[in-house]
Design a protein around this ligand. Structure first.
Ligand code: 4NP
Length: 158
């Protein structure tokens, strides 16, 4: 089983959107027994809450389920549980690296999976309000990430 964790600041806008989009892509490929996804936040403010209304609307429009998803904070056990930890922006990456032990799984930047000229961060729609733009980046990055996992990890495990 390959486990992927998406991490943003609040775990109500970007990382739950990535979790839901990625899970849908995994299901479409029939890989739900091989790959699972989760998300978490650096901050604790929204623990237990569902995704932000902006994230819910765009997922609803695209018929992507977020059923049962609630915000949680990153925890120590995550370093042992996950094969991929994906930070939605550079500040999330810095924060995760600050608590990462030397031999923990390396944190990767979500935008490294998106072919984009200048954007290094998935801009936070909690502040920009632009959930549509973020959805486009997340779709694109999730597709590339899944392709990357299929090319590397799944082949290794077969
Ligand atoms: P997210 O957005 O990191 O994409 O979930 C945010 C949500 C809430 C806050 C900040 C960012 N907040 O400060 O409460």
């Amino acid at each position: 089983m390959i486990k992927v964790l998406f991490v943003c600041l609040g775990n109500i806008c970007r990382s739950p959107m990535a979790e839901a989009v990625f899970r849908k892509l995994v299901e479409e490929e029939g890989l739900e027994k091989e790959i699972i996804a989760d998300s978490a936040g650096i901050g604790h403010w929204h623990i237990g809450k569902g995704p932000h209304t902006g994230t819910r609307s765009i997922l609803d429009e695209n018929k992507i389920s977020y059923e049962g998803m609630t915000a949680r904070q990153v925890e120590n056990l995550d370093w042992d549980r996950f094969d991929y930890i994906i930070a939605m922006d550079q500040q999330n990456l810095t924060d995760l690296n600050a608590i990462r032990e030397k031999n923990d799984v390396e944190v990767q930047l979500f935008m490294d999976f998106v072919d984009h000229e200048n954007e290094k961060d998935v801009p936070d729609p909690y502040f920009t309000g632009n959930f549509d733009y973020v959805y486009g980046l997340i779709q694109s990055g999730c597709q590339s990430l899944l392709e990357h996992i299929k090319q590397t990890k799944i082949k290794e495990e077969l």
